[in-house]
Structure formats: structure tokens, C-alpha cells
Design a protein around this ligand. Structure first.
Ligand code: NAP
Length: 288
């Protein structure tokens, strides 16, 4: 089996590429911004004419949540139109697509974990463009798996864990919001789940059960709890004060509650999902 990873330079793309090196069931190739700039349909078309693959994993996205509020067109281009082109040209060559989406498709009012079928009502441009991307991928390629994830962090790129560790070197006191609740997700765990799906499909094509799935680490916390745990595990002495979102204004509105129910991916593919603090501990020890 041959797998093309699109967006190989982002945190998930890099992690998946790294983990794929020891996955013997398939050959993997990753694209970069240089080898495949997704902003033009022609680029996608010509790349997919050249590359041979049975499955495509789209890890690329426009992820600047606040900037998206003033760059709607670019966000829509990368998060919706490019996935549409990828799904279409992949389908034309008989390939399936795994596309990554987000908890931000949910507006955040609720107090029970969202299932993949829960009503969607994004409150940010980013969430809106990601939702449009999901719809277009599903429309263009029947052989699609869409995985919504949340609060992604890794040893690569920019993320909350690395930001907190950096800030702890610059400041002795920090304020972090405690009225937004979700589930942190370690990119290694998500990448391992994607590899498991692909491995099952390599053995038996019918294991690739199309649909929308949720994957976040188990457990629930606020950004404040997340920060406290980062400093506890990294043994850094920082005073963290809980604040309300109103006291920490951002251009994009974040969901107050964005916990997702990941049971469908567990039941369908037998994927194991670690508890969030166990995975955070692994990431911190790698970063240290
Ligand atoms: N990060 C989170 O907390 C989070 C939460 C929920 C869902 N997700 C979803 O999870 C997936 C992976 O996220 P991530 O955190 O790994 O994202 P990331 O680190 O921001 O990586 C995204 C990659 O896409 C690339 N990209 C942007 N525009 C492109 C273009 N025109 N052509 C080719 N590549 C382009 C980016 O390149 P540049 O860096 O050069 O722009 C970057 O390398 C995304 O679908 C995201 O929406 C993320």
C-alpha cells in the first residue's frame, strides 16, 4: 500500500511522517509547501497525476484561528477548497482520503461530549471553513474518513505546551482561561491511530469504514488545568491564575465546551486512546 501525507511540515504531518518510518505495512511519502502548495487547483491536479498512492492523509490546514477572522478567503481556500480538490483528484485515481478536522465545528454550548453526529454551529471563521472542508471532502470522495481532533500539541511547531514552557522562562506569573473546557490531544497518539486505520485497510480494504470520527485524548480539562499540569510535569515554578475568557480577548470566539466523544473510532477500529495526562507526560519528557 502507498500513502501520501499532505502537509508534511506541520505538527501532525511531521509526527505522522516520523512514526510512518517504522510502519512496515506501507510506503509513505510526504509533501511540503514547496512540493505542493495547496492554494491552486492546478498544483493539486499535477501533483496527484505524478504521485502514486492508495490513500491520502491531509494534515495541511490554515490553522491561524485568530488571523482567519480577517483572512476568510485564504482560510476558505486552504481549509475547504484545497481539501475538495484533494478529495476529487484522489477519487479519480481510486484513492481514499483521511482528512483532519476540528472540535471548532461545534460552537461550544453544551455539557455533554459531542458525538460525530451532534449539530454543528461554528462560531469562528476557522471553524466555518473547516466544516465546509468536511462537507466538500465527503461530497467529492465516498472513500473518506474525517477525523475531528482538538487541542493538538507535539514536540513540533507552535502549540500550547511549547508556548507555556517558553513563557515559564520569561515570566513567573501567568493568567490562563478556565472557562473553556476540552481535551488535549498528543499528535503522536493521533498519528498512531491514523496508522492503525491504514494498517487495517492494508490488510482488508473493507476495514476503511467511511464517515466522521472524533479523536482526542481521554479526559477533560480547562486551559488553566492544562497549564498547571504542564508546569507540574515539567517541574517549573510558575504562579498560574485562572481568568475568564472575557479578560483574555481574542479575535476569534473559542468554544466554551468542546469535549468530543471518541467512542466511535475506538469501537470501529479498536484504537486505544491514552488519558491526556499520561500523553502529556511523554511529550514533556521528550521536550526536556
Ligand atoms: N493545532 C490544533 O490545536 C488543532 C486542533 C484541532 C484540529 N486541528 C487540525 O489538525 C490538523 C493538523 O493541525 P496541525 O496543528 O498539525 O497544523 P499546523 O502545525 O499548523 O500544520 C499545518 C500545515 O499546513 C501547511 N499549509 C498551510 N497552507 C498551506 C498551503 N497553501 N499549501 C501547503 N501547505 C500549507 C502549513 O504550512 P505553514 O506553516 O508554512 O503555513 C503547516 O505546515 C489540521 O487539519 C487542523 O485544522 C488542529
Amino acid at each position: 500500500m502507498r500513502v501520501l501525507i499532505v502537509g508534511g511540515e506541520g505538527q501532525l504531518g511531521l509526527t505522522l511522517t516520523e512514526l510512518s518510518k517504522t510502519a512496515g505495512f506501507a510506503s509513505f511519502k510526504a509533501t511540503t509547501m514547496e512540493s505542493l502548495d495547496l492554494s491552486k487547483e492546478e498544483n493539486v491536479k499535477s501533483c496527484f497525476e505524478k504521485e502514486e498512492f492508495d490513500y491520502l492523509v491531509n494534515c495541511a490546514a490554515y490553522t491561524a484561528v485568530d488571523r482567519a477572522e480577517s483572512e476568510r478567503e485564504t482560510a476558505m481556500l486552504i481549509n475547504a477548497q484545497a481539501p475538495e480538490w484533494m478529495a476529487k483528484y484522489a477519487h479519480q485515481k481510486g484513492a481514499g482520503i483521511i482528512h483532519i478536522s476540528t472540535d471548532y465545528v461545534f460552537g461550544g454550548s453544551g455539557n455533554r461530549p459531542f458525538s460525530p453526529e451532534s449539530p454543528k454551529y461554528p462560531t469562528s471563521v476557522y471553524g466555518e471553513t473547516k466544516l465546509k472542508g468536511e462537507e466538500l471532502v465527503a461530497k467529492e470522495n465516498p472513500n473518506h474518513i474525517i477525523i475531528r481532533t482538538a487541542w493538538l500539541y507535539s514536540r513540533y511547531g507552535a502549540n500550547f505546551v511549547k508556548t507555556m514552557l517558553r513563557l515559564s522562562e520569561e515570566k513567573s506569573e501567568l493568567s490562563v482561561v478556565y472557562d473553556q473546557v476540552g481535551a488535549p490531544t498528543y499528535a503522536d497518539d493521533l498519528a498512531a491511530a491514523i496508522l492503525k486505520l491504514l494498517e487495517l485497510s492494508a490488510k482488508d480494504k473493507s476495514s476503511f469504514v467511511p464517515g466522521i470520527y472524533h479523536y482526542s485524548n481521554l479526559g477533560v480539562c480547562s486551559w488553566y488545568d492544562f497549564a498547571l499540569m504542564i508546569f507540574k510535569l515539567s517541574k517549573r515554578k510558575v504562579k498560574v491564575s485562572p481568568v475568564l475568557s472575557d479578560e483574555y480577548k481574542t479575535a476569534a470566539e473559542r468554544p466554551a465546551y468542546s469535549v468530543m466523544d471518541s467512542s466511535k473510532i475506538r469501537k470501529t477500529f479498536g484504537v486505544q486512546i491514552p488519558y491526556w495526562t499520561d500523553s502529556l507526560e511523554k511529550c514533556i519528557s521528550e521536550l526536556n
